[in-house]
Design a protein around this ligand. Sequence first.
Ligand SMILES: *[C@@H]1O[C@H](CO)[C@@H](O)[C@H](O)[C@H]1NC(C)=O
Ligand SMILES: *[C@@H]1O[C@H](CO)[C@@H](O)[C@H](O)[C@H]1NC(C)=O
Ligand SMILES: *[C@@H]1O[C@H](CO)[C@@H](O)[C@H](O)[C@H]1NC(C)=O
Ligand SMILES: *[C@@H]1O[C@H](CO)[C@@H](O)[C@H](O)[C@H]1NC(C)=O
Ligand SMILES: *[C@@H]1O[C@H](CO)[C@@H](O)[C@H](O)[C@H]1NC(C)=O
Ligand SMILES: *[C@@H]1O[C@H](CO)[C@@H](O)[C@H](O)[C@H]1NC(C)=O
Ligand SMILES: *[C@@H]1O[C@H](CO)[C@@H](O)[C@H](O)[C@H]1NC(C)=O
Ligand SMILES: *[C@@H]1O[C@H](CO)[C@@H](O)[C@H](O)[C@H]1NC(C)=O
Length: 381
Amino acid sequence: MASRGRALSLVALCLLLELALQGAAEHLVPAVFVFGDSMVDVGNNNFIEKCDIGCQANYPPFGIDYLNHKPTGRFSNGYNMADQLAQLLQFDESPPPFLSLSNESLSTRMSTGINFASGGSGLLDVTGNGPVCTQVFSMTEQVRSFRSLARMWGSLVRSSGRKDRTAADLVSESLIFISVGSNDLFEYADYITKANISSSNRNDTEYLQGLIASYTSYIKALYAAGATKFGVLSPSLVGCCPLQRALAKEFNVSDQSGCLGVANNLSQQLYPMIASMLQDLSLELPDMSYSLGDAIGMAGFVFKNTSNPHLTFDHACCGSGDFGENVCNSSAPMCQNRSSFFFWDRFHPTDAVSAITANELFQGPAGRFVHPINVHQLVAP
Ligand SMILES: *[C@@H]1O[C@H](CO)[C@@H](O)[C@H](O)[C@H]1NC(C)=O
Ligand SMILES: *[C@@H]1O[C@H](CO)[C@@H](O)[C@H](O)[C@H]1NC(C)=O
Ligand SMILES: *[C@@H]1O[C@H](CO)[C@@H](O)[C@H](O)[C@H]1NC(C)=O
Ligand SMILES: *[C@@H]1O[C@H](CO)[C@@H](O)[C@H](O)[C@H]1NC(C)=O
Ligand SMILES: *[C@@H]1O[C@H](CO)[C@@H](O)[C@H](O)[C@H]1NC(C)=O
Ligand SMILES: *[C@@H]1O[C@H](CO)[C@@H](O)[C@H](O)[C@H]1NC(C)=O
Ligand SMILES: *[C@@H]1O[C@H](CO)[C@@H](O)[C@H](O)[C@H]1NC(C)=O
Ligand SMILES: *[C@@H]1O[C@H](CO)[C@@H](O)[C@H](O)[C@H]1NC(C)=O
């Protein structure tokens, strides 16, 4: 997709810049910048013309528990994890979707944050940009857009002549929040399952190393643009989502939990690779710090938590089929009590479950499901 240019009104900008540099004392960080996939997309895909409708969420009943029951493009019944983490940082919700912003407002939005995430995207540029979604806003484009905005923002602040606080400070004090990788695993696991490619005829390690190489390049590019604080959420047990359960059943490869084991195995192998990538980068890049959320551990925590005995894991709230694996739209069946379901639709958690994850990321004890520190510690001045 073509990169959007930026034509700006300097006078308006300098006024807003003034406000931005002074203000927003109540937020725990100046701004939040969100990257990744549908776990955190708040409507970018609404603006991608060729994006398949199955990769958009701007129609009912998505958003049924959001303000005014409004479908916004969030892949949730209510708020998603980007909103919930932003709320814990004392914002109202996630920053707005990048693709919804006018050229004039883009630069001023840098002061409180922008959400670049696009449902269906992955670590690889091909992920999502094919039969699954037709077109998404890839991680490469998300990161490139942030870099060009950060560069422009920096030159504006310099030209405003302020000495006390610089644009570089603003970006480096802000939180970068990334949730990506699940769609790469979905597409790969789908492919090897449907084509029945045995483990001796493929090299998972090589594939996963390719994902890590891409991940490394994004983090380095964000760092080069001035970012230093990274909140990263790993892919979860992707093989247990309703669509993968249905696939596992169809191909007779369900594990003991009824999940697509090969997909969960990939997530389990990827997690330590992400952990060592981040650790290595934090040693290599001065002042770079991070909080890695272990989504696999967190899912297990919710699955096994005996205070949630009635939480339904193996069926989506919205969607027909054995597992609720068919599309969620206004003709699909919907459950009665949405907070008693783990999955809202065939891929995504309910608002209730993503809130548990966001809370764990923000203030969970360091060393349990967040490593080496939680997001609250990460953003502490
Ligand atoms: C933003 O600016 C670019 C070029 O500067 C232009 O191509 C694009 O149409 C503009 N977008 C909007 C929404 O005005
Ligand atoms: C998949 O391949 C294995 C051998 O690698 C074979 O035993 C099995 O029958 C195949 N399954 C299907 C559904 O073709
Ligand atoms: C898989 O790929 C990795 C990385 O390229 C390589 O080190 C390893 O030997 C390969 N494994 C097999 C079984 O070919
Ligand atoms: C799965 O098992 C069922 C019953 O054993 C069989 O009818 C079906 O053909 C199998 N499907 C595949 C893809 O192997
Ligand atoms: C998952 O990984 C384990 C250990 O590496 C292996 O024994 C098992 O066969 C794998 N399961 C699937 C479904 O790939
Ligand atoms: C179970 O989940 C609740 C929140 O839903 C949490 O307060 C509690 O600590 C959890 N208990 C265990 C044993 O994980
Ligand atoms: C919901 O999706 C199903 C399956 O794709 C489709 O047949 C139906 O027309 C859709 N309903 C609406 C209201 O879009
Ligand atoms: C809905 O489910 C939640 C979580 O299991 C439970 O706490 C609540 O009481 C349920 N509400 C109703 C109306 O059944």
